[in-house]
Design a protein around this ligand. Structure first.
Ligand code: FAD
Length: 341
């Protein structure tokens, strides 16, 4: 079986599909496995392997399972919102813990015999002419005709003592998820320049008691400073020493110069990276912002590879991740139908 290198992305999607078409009939019969040379390959071959089995991956799994595809979901158990005690703004589950929502989702997905769900970390994937081989950290391998990455992103916290403990509890990334609960509170924004200015404008919707902490010299323009001043938003440039908190609930900020302020919550949007490097190793391109590049039908830039959820969008909510998982499943199933009908 010929291995397809990432550099062969230039091969057009149409050519790839034409090459695949003659073998497609074999692949659409469940439980038919065409043995490969690799030693640890399991005997199971799937229509689709979904890498990442949190909200988006589970939604994709349900959609494909209901479309009678043979699906394997592999998840390493580290959803982005595991730090937050309550998840908001997801209709029917508002205020539940993230784990509760995930548990219900898993129970419902597990009801489908077409879907298998395992715990594991995918460390490698190889694209062959007609399928993909996926390797787990424990050495197990699986194969499937198509892959979905629902792997999420990793927030890269700043090196500020107390930040990680408060993340998701009182250091917040999103007012739509948590702003209602802390409306009108004495609120801070950790950030600088354009990003802090835009964030301040957004958060001013939830509170008028707002201060921007730039943690060093401000890079806000004079026009931005004037607009902030007009809305009574002050800017503090002192370097932050640490965040004062009890069990992750913020009391205030202590600065290197000995000053301190009382503030709770603090909004911050740290930079992020993709949770998994496997899509890139397959040749999937990223956008300028660092998301996996997809088209409207969830195709990445590598034929047969799809993506959904936090790894493709800045619209970072459970509801959106689930919506994208569902639409990725529909898009992928449509491709199967078009390729075999
Ligand atoms: C602190 C915080 C609080 C939040 N609060 C809210 C809220 O209140 N309301 C709301 O709607 N949204 C909230 N969000 C956003 C929400 O958590 C995300 O939008 C949602 O989790 C995205 O779902 P996902 O399935 O795309 O990714 P994730 O939930 O991040 O899941 C990705 C999954 O992929 C797995 N994975 C990654 N790489 C691999 C690999 N190589 N092999 C196997 N598995 C892998 C991970 O272990 C993880 O389980 C919050 C986010 C954060 C960071």
């Amino acid at each position: 079986m010929e291995k397809v290198k990432p550099s062969s992305n230039v091969q057009s999607r149409r050519t790839f599909l034409q090459q695949s078409a003659s073998l497609m009939a074999a692949f659409t019969i469940p439980n038919v496995f065409q043995s490969k040379k690799k030693k640890k390959m399991t005997t199971e071959k799937f229509d689709v392997i979904i890498i990442g089995g949190s909200y988006s991956g589970l939604a994709a799994g349900m959609g494909l399972g209901r479309a009678l595809r043979k699906v394997l979901i592999i998840d390493s158990g580290r959803p982005a919102n595991r730090y937050t005690p309550h998840s908001h703004n997801f209709l029917t589950h508002d205020g539940r813990t993230p784990a509760e929502i995930a548990a219900i989702a898993k129970e419902q997905v597990d009801a489908y015999k077409t879907v298998k769900r395992i715990t594991g970390l995918v460390v490698h994937a190889t694209r062959y002419e007609n399928d993909f081989h996926v390797s787990l950290a424990n050495g197990t391998e699986y194969s499937a005709i198509k892959l979905i990455f629902a792997t999420g992103i990793i927030d890269q916290w700043p090196d500020i003592r107390g930040f990680s403990e408060c993340w998701g509890k009182s250091v917040l990334h999103c007012p739509y998820c948590h702003g209602y609960e802390v409306r009108d509170a004495q609120t801070g924004i950790l950030g600088n320049g354009d990003y802090a200015f835009e964030f301040a404008g957004l958060i001013s919707n939830w509170t008028r008691q707002l201060t921007v902490y730039t943690n060093g010299p401000s890079t806000l323009s004079s026009e931005q400073n004037a607009r902030l001043k007009k809305h009574n938003i002050s800017v503090i440039e002192d370097r932050i020493d640490f965040l004062r908190h009890s069990n992750g609930y913020l009391d205030g900020i202590s600065f290197m110069n000995g000053n301190s302020v009382n503030v709770n919550p603090l909004y911050a949007r740290p930079p992020f990276k993709q949770s998994s490097e496997v899509p890139e190793s397959l040749g999937c391109e990223l956008t300028e912002d660092g998301y996996l590049k997809i088209d409207a039908m969830h195709h990445t830039t590598v034929p047969g590879v799809y993506a959904c959820g936090d790894n493709v969008t800045r619209m970072r909510t459970v509801a959106n991740a689930i919506s994208m998982g569902t639409s990725a499943a529909i898009a992928l199933n449509k491709d199967f139908v078009l390729e075999s009908f």
